[in-house]
Design a protein around this ligand. Structure first.
Ligand SMILES: [Zn+2]
Ligand SMILES: [Zn+2]
Length: 271
């Protein structure tokens, strides 16, 4: 079998392989194993069965999603700006039309993701747009075999003036957030899980080491999140799944402080 791209049918994680023996995301405690064994979808099969679209959720901020849902069904964010667009996280798969839409919006100059649950089909964005900067925090490099990291970093990396990646760890060793200072937004990865109702209104906020198993973070991990985001101004957060304009800096810090004030445990705080 030649090397090709395969998506895990359970979580959507992509691997360049000849015959994936398993999926490193699903075998990890932070995701569930498939109920009925492994199924790996060659890229041609995914391309033939999936489509998707883009919508501008705020001026200059685009959300790319895949239909039908693939894996964890994340969202790829695109910040359209003078001086080069920034893509953070990626959709599970991009149709030709979706890639053409990104090209029409100016392509991608900077590409990054918070952690493996947000990688989606990041490899497609690198293949099509070949940005000089593909940035992943060094502790998560082991998860990046499907694409090529060009800029590994330690504690922080300024992608462009006002757009800075900060290592936060916790949920994943190398988890990072992207602070968008001009837009007052925090692309927070899975630092926070935001529950939303059918209309997309945020109803609760929580933090987890492992979402499916409800494993909480330790106090030191919560404190590390707090130290990283307390100096940042933001009035909205964006996870790899949700856009939550209801969660500003005060709400985010209050959720962390609640966790720090009691025995470690997952609690969904109402908004
Ligand atoms: Zn998987
Ligand atoms: Zn995650």
């Amino acid at each position: 079998m030649p090397l090709t791209m395969f998506a895990c049918a359970n979580c959507g994680f992509w691997q360049r392989h000849f015959s994936p023996p398993d999926c490193p995301v699903c075998t990890d405690v932070r995701n569930d194993l498939p109920e009925d064994g492994w199924r790996f979808l060659p890229e041609a099969d995914v391309a033939a069965t999936h489509d998707g679209g883009a919508r501008e959720v705020a001026p200059g901020l685009w959300a790319f999603t895949t239909t039908p849902a693939l894996g964890l069904a994340g969202t790829g964010w695109l910040i359209v700006r003078e001086g080069g667009n920034i893509a953070f996280e990626a959709a599970p798969y991009y149709s030709q039309a979706m890639l053409d839409k990104i090209a029409e919006l100016g392509g991608i100059a900077f590409l990054a993701a918070s952690h493996a649950h947000g990688y989606g089909a990041l490899f497609q964005l690198q293949r099509r747009f070949d940005p000089e900067v593909v940035a992943i925090q060094k502790d998560d490099l082991r998860m990046t075999k499907a694409f090529r990291v060009t800029v590994p970093y330690d504690d922080a990396l300024e992608l462009a003036p006002g757009y800075t990646l900060h290592h936060v760890g916790g949920h994943y060793e190398g988890q990072a957030c992207l602070h968008d200072a001009p837009g007052l937004r925090l692309f927070c990865g899975d630092m926070f899980k935001i529950d939303q109702d059918a209309d997309g209104r945020s109803t609760a906020i929580s933090s987890h080491k492992a979402f499916h198993k409800d494993i909480p973070l330790t106090h030191a991990e919560l404190a590390q999140y707090r130290a990283a985001i307390a100096p940042l101004e933001f009035d909205a957060v964006l996870t790899p799944f949700e856009y939550a304009p209801e969660v500003d800096r005060m709400v985010a810090l209050a959720a962390l402080d609640d966790g720090l004030a009691r025995m470690p445990g997952v609690r969904r705080l109402g908004l």
